[in-house]
Design a protein around this ligand. Structure first.
Ligand code: UDX
Length: 447
């Protein structure tokens, strides 16, 4: 099929490349000529494992082209995906400015039937707003539909998630839109294709992210109790996860959820409900628990160092999760300024996120970026882990210990086994593993 994409960020670039890889002819537009130029040269502007290889392969197959000209997309597409950003406004509502700007731009170009599809996360009822925007600027004879086909892509695994989804949600209000989207997906995916109306599809996206956030905050609430009574939240997560009704995913306690999706979709969902007089107090509590995670970690750092003034602290992890360069709403953006304010000297390392971190928190004499975890640990009074990169799990801990001024690790992601860490001579602080003096070999017994 002939596919158009507007917006080539985390969602748009992955959607464009994957649909091309599935054999479709894809024309993708972005307002930023620098981004378009780099993508056309086979250079992704975001770090996403596997994206570069798939981009280059499909440029070579001539299935994929990038442009800054909207009409080039419209004249070459029958189905047009809206993948531009929907960031949170200061009041928590989703900012639909970019989406509305695209539909206003393409409305006069609607010659012949087009299907306009919301791919970015948008609040329920957005399609109604988009239709009225289009009708203001389109020829009354224009034939089009607006549909919802929300993405469930996780950064760091976005290509896998696109090509191997648990389900594809299709929100349509016409038979023509339904058959177009079923044609697009049928045959390329073995997962369920769940068809519903547009409003319900929009709501499914927010409900999914809000539920994932709720699972995480629930475990962080339990983690705080584990800390106080000396129980082990990792064991709680593992035992809960063995119940198929609960499932093991998204039960990892720690510094909570960041990124450009869960926090903003949670806020937007609360606002959608408030607009019709409903108070999603449960979700406001999910957000409150999440915001409190970094404060709890900082109190542990302060106690472990008996005050951070004048101390050197190594920070491992700037990104909001591993396998991404994205630092949006990452714990590092709250932890680093607070430790600086308290007078600590910081050495920060992250495998992918340092250049994006520098855009948010410029290095200075109190905040130095370093090239490895070992450089960060050198001379540090404490080492603080903010992101669960697998490279941190594989560190040579005795080398780390030998480089530090004191063997203190405050682990916001519970990467290591407390028994082992104490045996290696560390003062090891966690979020929820209490002072559990676990005997070795606990966990699931082989049958
Ligand atoms: C999320 C949703 O998973 C995805 O379906 C949606 O399309 C976009 O938002 P993403 O934000 O990219 O994806 O990453 P995700 O893996 O969901 O992690 C989100 C945050 O939750 C990260 O900060 C991560 O550290 C945190 N998290 C995740 C936990 O704290 N505990 C967990 O068990 C899982």
């Amino acid at each position: 099929m002939r596919i158009g994409i507007f917006g080539t960020g985390y969602v748009g670039a992955v959607t464009a490349v994957c649909l091309a890889d599935l054999g479709h002819s894809v024309t993708a537009a972005d307002k930023d000529p620098r981004v378009v130029g780099k993508l056309a040269d086979g250079e992704p502007t975001i770090y996403e494992p596997g994206l570069r290889e798939m981009l280059v392969a499909n440029l070579k197959r001539r299935r994929l082209r990038f442009t800054t000209v909207p009409d080039e997309v419209m004249s070459r597409s029958d189905v047009v995906f809206l993948c531009v950003g929907t960031p949170p406004r200061s009041d928590g509502h989703a900012d639909l400015g970019q989406v509305e700007e695209v539909v206003r731009t393409i409305a006069p170009m609607l010659d012949g039937y087009k299907l306009i599809v919301e791919k970015s996360s948008v609040p329920a009822n957005t399609a109604t707003r988009l239709r009225s925007e289009i009708n203001r600027f389109a020829d009354p004879k224009s034939r089009y539909d607006v549909a919802s086909n929300p993405e469930f892509l996780r950064e760091g695994t976005a290509i896998h998630d696109f090509l191997h989804p648990d389900r594809i949600v299709i929100g349509v209000d016409s038979e023509r839109a339904r058959s177009l989207l079923l044609d697009l997906y049928r045959g390329s995916f073995s997962c369920p294709l769940y068809v519903t109306d547009v409003k319900t599809a929009e709501l499914i996206k927010h409900a999914a992210n809000a539920f994932l956030a709720t699972k995480i905050s629930f475990m962080n609430m339990v983690a705080d109790l584990c800390d106080e009574i000396g129980a082990d939240v990792v064991a709680v997560s593992q035992a809960l996860g063995l119940d198929r009704r609960i499932g093991r995913h998204f039960l990892d306690a720690g510094l909570g959820f960041g990124g450009s999706c869960l926090p903003k979709d949670l806020k937007a969902f609360v606002k959608v409900a408030a607009e019709v007089g409903l108070d999603f107090a449960l979700l406001r509590e999910v957000e409150r628990i999440n915001i409190g995670r970094t404060e709890r970690l900082l109190r542990k750092v302060d106690r472990a160092l008996d005050g951070v003034e004048g101390k050197t602290v190594a920070i491992l992890g700037a990104t909001f999760k591993p396998n991404t360069d994205d630092v949006r709403d990452a714990p590092s953006l709250r932890v680093i300024p607070k430790l600086k304010e308290a007078g600590a000297a910081l050495r920060v390392y992250d495998p992918q996120g340092l250049s994006n971190l520098a855009k948010m928190l410029a290095p200075d004499d109190q905040l130095r970026h370093v090239e490895s975890a070992y450089d960060a640990a050198r001379g540090a009074h404490a080492l603080v882990i903010l992101t669960d990169w697998s490279e941190f799990r594989e560190l040579d801990l005795q080398r780390i210990r030998s480089l530090m001024q004191a063997p203190i690790i405050v682990d916001g992601r519970n990467l290591f086994d407390p028994v082992d860490m104490r045996a290696q001579g560390f003062e090891y602080y966690t979020l929820g593993r209490g002072d559990a003096s676990l005997i070795p070999g606990m966990g699931t017994e082989p049958q």
